[in-house]
Design a protein around this ligand. Sequence first.
Ligand code: ATP
Ligand code: LTN
Length: 331
Amino acid sequence: MDKKIVFSAVQPSGIPTIGNYVGSIKNWVNMQDEYNCIYSLADLHTLTVKQIPAELRQRSYELLALYLAAGLDPNKSVIFAQSHVPAHAELTWILNTVTYPGELQRMTQFKDKSSRHAENVNMGLLDYPVLMAADILLYGTDFVPVGADQKQHLEITRDLAIRFNNRYSQTFTVPEPLIPKVGAKVMSLQDPEKKMSKSDENPNAYISMNDSTDDIIRKFKRAVTDSEACIKFDEENKKGISNLLTIYSLFSGMTIPEAEKQFEGVGYGEFKLAVGEQVANVLQPITAEKNRILSDKAYLESVLKDGAEKANYLAHKMMRKVYKKVGLIQL
Ligand code: ATP
Ligand code: LTN
């Protein structure tokens, strides 16, 4: 039987956090043998908010280096930049013709980002989910591993696929999200009601994949918790401690009940230090490897070139089919 197809992407819009890592990239690594995996840098998506061009370019190399350091293997998976495959923009246009403005205006991320970037509410921000749908549908994707915040975008992707198929006959596979049971939503260290985000204005709210061991330990020490002094998983009443237990479990391989047992009777200070040390121990070799790979631009570019070739081949085939279905002349 043919392997099922997996597609996912992260935007090079900042330095990835441990939320991006455990919510998505880490899970991609484990899927490489069982599935045909296609992983992209969603660089076109980043242009929906203001970017400094030189920084965007540098962050794209950084994100690629992180993918490789985390264990993505260009010999197993297709790894490429979205902007190197013109079909992503082409399919976005076609899908726009079956998308209603109202369904885009209702998206939580659009409402959130247009209030945070009120000075720059552009068409791209509104159309963001359609570009994301094009990313996914171009490759006949079966599964999309993402964090919980992307669920709504997967729903609209499915709606557009079904709507197109109904109008023009079976063309697109209707994809399913794969959302991890633990780690789908790592919360901010400063406000455990909010998700950890790489674009938070307070750097103490997130652990970035570039933070040093000292930074990591300091940030966990300052993490906001309750005053009950009891290390118990309770997402209703103890959001901060539950978030730290989740992070500890993800970085130690222990289950949450096992971690609760290990820290029974331990004070918050000692617990926070243990979480910081555990996270730092896991991240340190990944960060070091990322920096090593980052110094070899020629290698990074060869990975992108090879990935773009493979992705273009697949995407071009799908675009021919789509253009034919909608009634455009084929030469
Ligand atoms: P931004 O802050 O720029 O909006 P972000 O940190 O939310 O970005 P994205 O690039 O939008 O990150 O997301 C990349 C992937 O990481 C997605 O699969 C997303 O679901 C996942 N992800 C993002 N934040 C978290 C989090 N706090 N916990 C778990 N997964 C997350
Ligand atoms: N919007 C996603 C990034 C992204 C993506 C995709 C994820 C762009 N295209 C296709 C999965 C599949 C985000 O994580 N913010």
